[in-house]
Ligand binder design. Structure first.
Ligand code: UT7
Length: 333
């Protein structure tokens, strides 16, 4: 029997309609389009507006699109994994709710939290269930409603993040397509550089935590930048070396969209021209777990069966990693 691999066989995506431009942000905090564009590459980001709208709203839309495109009955899904750091609620996973809402009544679900590397951690986990023969169809959703945890009086963070979600269907494959290799890493000593202080078991919510704005994301940008730029480039080079991939062999870099300067440094280290780098940071900003699936969603038509993709990310925790994927279908069909 051939080895079983986990192939991505369909993609869906969703970004909210509301566009928050750099110019609008400049009316909210002391910033300007020139600073944001030159330091990050971001021009605009999407914001999910409306009472009671959680990240699952976006995940459900993305998941339904992925299943419809693949013509797969939701009842045939074995497992739903939702990677997010902005789940609908602290308790009750978003994956279980999403599974029920899309009609995946034979699946079980759980969430994974690995901040901006969430999609990579989810992809690696999903692939293991398929490779082990435990499941045939896994739905992986990555998304975040970052606007729910961003302080729109803090110019250091509010210009960076946005809302969005993507979903991929993973199916067992016996022709060698799909996830080939994954290198995942973490370093807990970095948690104080990118975090939300309050709302967890260490510092439960109180009037004081609200007054001190401790439920919002804090980021020491320049320090995180140094770790991100080195580690994302290193791990991308490492996965190429481990799999004997030259820059000619790699068709696409699919990078986490945190900062265009980090993406450029990673591509440079891999020896890739910019036309092999997926980029949509200018339109969506940093959607955390949503960036990588939203890139695949945007570039799907350009992907060809057999293309070699390197997915790479760095995020809070710290967490980082790279995954080598052999693409399983022609995206323009
Ligand atoms: O996705 C998860 C992982 N996260 C990342 O990978 C993010 C990594 N970090 C970054 O991308 C960058 O550090 C930022 C985009 C967050 C910031 O860019 P930077 O080039 O590191 O700027 P900085 O924080 O060193 O700030 C430079 C200056 C400061 O002013 P002074 O002290 O030089 O007078 C800031 O106060 O820019 C100022 N500044 C701003 N000015 C206008 C900071 N934010 C803004 C702003 N508009 N929004």
């Amino acid at each position: 029997m051939n080895k079983i691999t986990a192939a991505i066989t369909s993609i869906g995506g969703y970004v909210p309609d509301y566009i928050l431009t750099n110019d609008e942000l400049a009316t909210m905090v002391d910033t300007n389009d020139e600073w944001i564009t030159s330091r990050t590459g971001i021009k605009e980001r999407r914001i999910l507006k409306g009472e009671g709208m959680g990240v699952s709203y976006m995940g459900i839309k993305a998941a339904n699109e992925a299943l419809q495109k693949a013509n797969v009955d939701p009842k045939d899904i074995d497992l739903v994994i939702f990677t997010t750091c902005t789940g609908d609620m602290p308790v009750a996973s978003s994956a279980t709710y999403l599974a029920t809402e899309i009609g995946a009544t034979n699946a079980y679900g759980f969430d994974i939290m690995a901040a901006c590397s969430g999609f990579l951690y989810g992809l690696s986990t999903a692939a293991k269930f398929i490779e082990a023969g435990a499941h045939k169809k896994v739905l992986l959703v990555g998304g975040d409603k970052m606007s729910s945890i961003i302080d729109y009086t803090d110019r250091k963070t509010c210009v960076i993040f946005g809302d969005g979600a993507g979903a991929v269907l993973l199916e067992a494959n016996e022709e060698g397509y799909g996830v080939q290799d994954a290198i995942l890493k973490s370093d807990g000593s970095g948690r104080d550089l990118l975090k939300i202080d309050a709302g967890g078991s260490m510092m439960p919510p109180s009037q004081k935590t609200i007054d001190e704005r401790l439920h919002y994301v804090y980021q020491d940008g320049p320090h995180v930048f140094k770790f991100a730029v080195t580690n994302m480039a290193d791990v991308s080079a490492e996965i190429m070396k481990k799999n004997n991939l030259t820059s000619e062999d790699v068709n696409w870099l699919v990078p986490h969209q945190a900062n265009k300067r980090i993406i450029d440094a990673t591509a440079n280290r891999m020896g890739l021209d910019e036309n092999k780098v997926m980029l949509n940071i200018q339109r969506y900003g940093n959607t955390t777990s949503g960036t990588i699936p939203l890139c695949l969603w945007d570039y799907e038509k350009q992907l060809k069966k057999g293309d070699n993709l390197v997915l790479a990310a760095f995020g809070g925790g710290f967490t980082w990693g790279a995954i080598y994927v052999k693409w399983a279908y022609d995206g323009n069909k």
